[in-house]
Design a protein around this ligand. Structure first.
Ligand code: 2HG
Ligand code: ZN
Length: 463
């Protein structure tokens, strides 16, 4: 450990696990974005909150930036360490600490995976309802840092709704107990909510108390093929009025082709431009009849051209795979990602404006659409043509993102719905947040982290 700053860290925390091997620096220095070359100073793997506090105090003394790190499944570069930062990984702090049957809460360390949280809740006959495809690798701390959404937002909302309390180390190394698991707490600013979605720039979440709820009634999963874009929101309105939806997700035939090439099984024959996977409560005969009736009505209107209802859990999983495997099947192409949202009422107009923009600006480039259409959240993945240099490709995508941001601004939307701003979208933050808002956010940051050591360069172009 030749770096004098690391030698000082080792002296003050002799038990701390620190990694400096090249492959560890490469592994922990990046997230699922692949645009930046990892170059961290070292990786610290604290085992206790006290160690996290001591690391933060050391970072202040030595003026070393810290990148808080969970499962690094992020898609916006929020956990990238490319500038000699110390990566502070919460990976070893992954225990379930407490379950309270009266409060119906689960307290976990920040490094617990979302899957481990699901399992722990299920073990007590309850659920933690936030869910998405990265569940096996992402950490609850990272979910909180980005206010993660996913496939059940339509029923349960984002991570923000499910956090009863947070224990956080701020940028000075002080420990904050935020909200203490209270349901009602009308005693001033809710700092817990400020931390949620702060992308590691205000504090390091070390523990979270999560709200749990009853499992939903048994459900059915349906795959629908749609003839055109306008049908998407018509089917959504019909299904929402008739059924208790748990999810309503869409993807295009291009997205489907990538998932099929990746090993999934086709579930509906023929060529259809749009698909929807929906899941809804179907505990009894009347609920199942209502679903069939809604489907038939959609067929009569011509909004749906074909459909299947899963007849078993295995078939339901196979239908979900068509939607959930999109990101993984596209990953080898290193897509340029947009993750945008508008109000549900704005979706039809926005979709048309967006389609016109993307067709005009990406004439020879493959663009894949999918997402949580029932929440007004669209994912756009742009694929680099084999014969195009990556720099030229990114430059073109950034030009289009600026135009997309203008379209979002006109429709009252957001440049990031659920992945966060990180490095990827920081230049576009001013497109959908006002200058006054950004100045206030930066002021808040200075209060939590006076020396700017927590994840500098993320979220804002200038800290
Ligand atoms: C999803 O909805 C994730 O599957 C990933 O948010 C989206 O890869 C993406 O763009
Ligand atoms: Zn998503």
């Amino acid at each position: 450990m030749s770096d004098p700053r690391l030698a000082q860290l080792a002296r003050s925390l002799p038990q701390l696990r620190v990694l400096t091997a090249a492959d560890d620096l490469a592994h922990y220095g990046r997230d699922w974005t692949r645009r930046w070359t990892p170059a961290p100073l070292a990786i610290a793997l604290p085992a206790t909150t006290e160690e996290v506090q001591a690391i933060v105090r050391w970072a202040n003394q030595q003026q070393v930036a810290i990148v808080p790190s969970g499962g690094r499944t992020g898609l916006s570069g929020g956990a990238v360490a490319a500038n000699g930062e110390l990566v502070l990984s919460l990976q070893r702090m992954n225990r379930v600490l407490d379950f309270d049957a009266v409060d119906r809460t689960l307290t976990v360390q920040a490094g617990a995976t979302l899957h481990a949280v699901h399992e722990a809740a299920r073990g007590h006959g309850l659920i933690y309802p936030v869910d998405f495809a990265a569940r096996g690798s992402c950490s609850i701390g990272g979910n909180i840092a980005t206010n993660a959404g996913g496939i059940r937002v339509i029923r349960y909302g984002n991570t923000r709704e499910w956090i009863a309390g947070l224990t956080v180390v701020n940028g000075s190394g002080e420990l904050l107990e935020l909200n203490r698991g209270l349901i009602k707490n009308s005693s001033g600013y809710d700092l817990r909510q400020l931390l949620i979605g702060s992308e590691g720039t205000l504090g390091i979440v070390v523990e979270a108390t999560l709200k749990l709820t009853d499992p939903p009634p048994s459900s059915q999963v349906m795959l629908l093929a749609l003839p055109d874009m306008d049908a998407l929101m018509q089917v959504f309105a019909l299904f929402r009025s008739r059924l208790a939806l748990q999810a309503f997700e869409f993807f295009t035939d291009q997205a489907l082709n990538h998932v099929l090439a990746h090993g999934a099984q086709r579930a509906i024959d023929g060529d259809h431009p749009y698909y929807v996977v929906t899941e809804f409560d179907a505990a009894d005969e009347p609920a199942r009849d209502a679903a069939l009736a809604a489907f038939e009505q959609a067929m009569e209107h011509g909004w749906v051209s074909d459909g299947v209802i899963a007849q078993s859990q295995a078939q339901a999983a196979a239908l979900w795979r068509l939607r959930e495997d999109i990101t993984e099947s596209l990953a080898p192409r290193r897509p340029y990602k947009n993750d945008v949202s508008v109000r549900i009422s704005q979706v039809p107009a926005f979709l048309h404006a967006m389609q016109a923009l993307l067709t005009r600006e990406y004439p020879d480039i493959e663009v894949i659409w999918f997402g949580h259409i029932g929440d007004g959240n669209l994912h756009i993945n742009v694929l680099c043509p084999q014969d195009m240099a990556e720099d030229a490709f990114i430059a073109q995508c950034e030009h289009v993102t600026r135009l997309l941001a203008d379209t979002l601004q006109r429709h009252g939307g957001s440049i990031s719905a659920e992945h966060g701003i990180g490095l990827v979208k920081r230049a576009y933050l001013p497109c959908t947040r006002s200058a006054a808002e950004i100045a206030m956010m930066q002021g808040v940051r200075r209060v939590f982290d006076p020396n700017g050591i927590l994840n500098p360069g993320k979220l804002f172009v200038r800290d």
